[in-house]
Design a protein around this ligand. Structure first.
Ligand SMILES: C[S@@+](CC[C@H](N)C(=O)[O-])C[C@H]1O[C@@H](n2cnc3c(N)ncnc32)[C@H](O)[C@@H]1O
Ligand code: SF4
Length: 346
């Protein structure tokens, strides 16, 4: 194999689940964070022989919310990945962050540990829209996260935005764009809210309790975003991604639908993963075998015995299963240039 590759590391923990999100992530499982990190290290070690001679130009810790891990664990894991793979000097190392999971101290630790880029999930600067999205933070947390990130030396900062939540107007979206740009990120990801069927939002839309996003309004929002980012000097290099010149992310990206609602393509999940490994899953207490036929359960966490979602005591022996949800990541890297590492084999 020749040419650089990208490494994606999945961290499936969140403080709470947002109602719209179908990513493979869980709340209330903090006691599994540490064993999960160990499982990732095992997984990386097992995958490494297949990637000898391949240089990795990016490492992306995505989720879920990787910043729910203790900073020391994230740094230890990054060190381990550098030991297992040929991560090039100057590689882009990104960590996704929910604003309520970071402060100056934690950010300083991961910056010093080699993280070069932070992606902060702001979604909106309108408190009503954040509530509609069931986000746990308000706009001040986003600003505080940016200020803290800059203070500790991050200059590569992405902000994630979502447009089209119930109640969001074009005027509100314009204000969100202004507020986001005022933080002077070097990269912005703006996603049309997608109603995923097996999420609380999906169920509410199906039951007629909440209207689906209006595609015409989302199209207007998309065009408004294009205009605002262009005026601010950003290049539009992928349907949902904008960057100041020279600051495009080198990692792969996941894609959602276009503003008009037509499928944008890849929802095929992981690029190239190592084959299923009972070793890593059982190492973190997540045996395999949720669905012998590999089918997806009807809802997030559906395979998890009652009680586990809200924090079963650490170390409880349980026939727990992990293959409950699939993330919709895709990558522009060719399949043999894209390794996803997680500890959730099924
Ligand atoms: C893993 S999360 C980012 C980090 C962190 N977990 C957070 O939410 O703050 C990746 C991004 O996916 C986007 N996203 C998730 N579900 C979506 C949906 N149904 N429609 C549009 N965007 C979505 C959000 O913008 C979110 O920031
Ligand atoms: S949007 Fe982010 S914080 Fe919310 S559930 Fe999804 S991964 Fe977790």
């Amino acid at each position: 194999m020749t040419g650089p590759a990208g490494l994606y590391v999945h961290v499936p923990f969140c403080l709470t689940r947002c109602g719209y999100c179908d990513f493979n992530t869980y709340e209330g499982l903090d006691h599994l964070r540490s064993p999960y990190v160990e499982a990732l290290a095992t997984e990386a070690r097992l995958a490494a022989p297949g990637w000898r001679g391949v240089a990795f130009a990016s490492v992306f810790f995505g989720g879920g919310t990787p910043t729910t891990l203790p900073p020391a664990d994230l740094v230890k894991l990054l060190d381990h990945l550098r030991g297992a793979f040929d991560v090039v000097d100057g590689a882009e190392v990104t960590v996704e962050a929910n604003p309520d999971t970071v402060d100056e101290r934690s950010l300083a630790a991961i910056r010093a540990g080699g993280v070069t880029r932070l992606s902060i999930g702001a979604q909106s600067f309108d408190p009503d829209v954040l509530r509609a999205l069931e986000r746990i933070h308000g706009p001040p947390s986003v600003r505080a996260a940016f200020i803290a990130a800059r203070a500790v030396g991050f200059d590569a900062l992405n902000v994630d935005l979502i447009y089209g939540a119930h109640g969001e107007t074009l005027a509100s979206w314009r204000r969100t764009l202004e507020e986001a740009l005022a933080l002077e990120p070097d990269h912005v990801s703006a996603y049309a809210l997608t109603v995923e069927p097996a999420t609380p939002l999906g169920w509410k839309v199906a039951a007629g309790l909440v209207p689906a996003p209006d595609p015409d309004l989302q199209a207007d929002m998309y065009e408004t975003a294009c205009g605002a980012f262009a005026a601010a000097g950003f290049e539009h290099y992928e349907v949902s991604n904008w960057a100041v010149p020279g600051r495009r992310s080198v990692r792969g990206t996941w894609r959602r639908s276009t503003p008009a609602g037509s499928p944008q393509g890849e929802r095929s999940g992981w690029g190239r993963r190592r084959g299923a490994s009972n070793a890593s899953s059982s190492a973190c207490g997540w045996p395999t075998g949720c669905r012998p036929d590999g089918s997806m359960p009807p809802s997030p966490n559906a395979c998890w015995p009652a009680g586990w979602r809200s924090g079963e005591p650490a170390g409880s022996p349980s026939p727990i299963v992990a293959c409950s949800w699939r993330t919709t990541w895709s990558s522009p890297w060719p399949a043999d240039r894209w390794l996803a590492v997680d500890g959730l084999d099924c």
